[in-house]
Design a protein around this ligand. Structure first.
Ligand code: NAI
Length: 333
């Protein structure tokens, strides 16, 4: 039995978490949950955005499944997500994007994995506001160690999963120093993993155009924090939207799995949210725990469900509620 820390989160978090728990229970997955919430919900109920009990649990289990957490724009507290990623050095943000039969998109045959550096860059938290001059400085800090770690992780993943090539997305023509760090780190990693047969780099603006023009050309993409945050939503849009894409924050000795999307306040509490993204994140978690057979069985039931539009949630053109969708998956197990 695997012990996993469960954080339902804010907004649609509790609804999609319920759906995933029901599916896992029906599939008799050997996971025992330790529920410890965080975010606006615990700020209101316990006076803490990140209660100590959550840290204690994560440090015991080393694996978490987390729902989305709301972060106010331009004011208020620092992102709970960033705090967790930095505290536990979860430097890899793995975000796969793949086309699925039944989900209508302008493209077929996309199967790429994005590796976003998850703790540095413009998300380092180095922001200064000079009231007198009216200047806001947001420092993007990238380290040699951080760049090496994420680039090596991308190449190691490509080699392990039989993927052919890694593309680096950067802005080295303007941000020359950070760009060079990532380029050098990729070259080092490419030399270490000769089975990854092709390596190239693209300037981020061109990368965006190429992704919406011919996304099938990409296999594994590695990039810095901000570019990765933006590209992963772009990639989500290519394969069916934020309701279907999974994510994982991975460090050397801890991993927290969560969907790419946020707390979706516009549909929270209405039973409209698609639980696929969190379910797919939970399947990545099962693979991480070595439970490949359970993951494959649930994935098959999920893919069967997604084939019929009437079984899907509104974001995919269907009419099913979050819980009805979960029941369709359970029927197919
Ligand atoms: P969002 O991802 O929450 O929503 C963007 C759009 O996608 C909305 O129209 C929403 O309804 C839709 N959507 C998202 N997930 C969906 C799902 N599972 N099923 C159906 N539709 C879905 O992004 P937004 O609105 O920019 O951010 C809302 C809040 O979430 C903010 O406070 C933000 O900071 C936070 N956030 C948290 C993240 C996390 O906890 N990892 C990641 C991204 C944002």
């Amino acid at each position: 039995m695997h012990l996993v820390t469960l954080t339902p989160g804010d907004g649609i978090g509790p609804e999609i978490t319920r759906a995933v728990l029901d599916i896992f229970a029906a599939a008799k997955v050997p996971v025992q949950w330790e529920e410890h919430n965080a975010g606006i919900t615990t700020l209101e109920s316990e006076g803490a955005l990140l209660p100590q009990a959550l840290f204690d649990s994560l440090e015991r289990t080393r694996v978490g499944l987390k729902g989305p957490i709301t972060t106010p724009v331009g004011k208020g507290f620092r992102s709970v997500n960033i705090t967790l990623r930095q505290k536990y050095d979860l430097y890899q943000n793995l975000r796969p994007a793949k086309t699925t039969e039944g989900i209508n998109t302008p493209f077929k045959g996309i199967d790429l994995v994005l590796f976003r550096e998850n703790t540095e860059g413009l998300y380092s938290g180095l922001e200064m506001w000079d009231e007198r001059l009216g200047i806001a400085d947001s420092v993007s800090r990238n380290t040699v160690v951080g760049c090496r770690k994420i680039c090596r992780a991308a190449f190691a993943y490509a080699a392990k999963h039989g993927r052919k090539h890694v593309t680096l997305a950067h802005k080295g023509n303007i941000l020359k120093m950070a760009g060079k760090l990532m380029l050098d780190a990729c070259k080092e990693a490419a030399a270490e993993f000769p089975a990854v047969t092709f390596y190239d780099d693209r300037i981020i603006d061109n990368m965006c155009m190429q992704l919406v023009n011919k996304p099938q050309q990409f296999d594994v993409i590695v990039t810095t924090n901000l570019f990765g945050d933006i590209l992963s939503d772009l990639c989500a849009g290519l394969v069916g939207g934020l309701g279907v894409v999974a994510g994982a924050n991975i460090g050397d000795d801890m991993a927290i799995f969560e969907a790419v999307h946020g707390s979706a306040p516009d549909i929270a509490g209405q039973g409209k949210a698609n639980p696929t993204a969190l379910l797919r994140s939970a399947l990545l978690m099962l693979e991480h725990l070595g439970e490949k057979e359970h993951a494959a069985r649930i994935e098959q039931a999920l893919n069967e469900t997604l084939k019929l539009k009437e079984q899907c949630t509104g974001d995919l053109g269907g009419r099913a509620s979050t819980q009805e969708f979960a029941r369709f998956v359970i029927e197919k197990l």
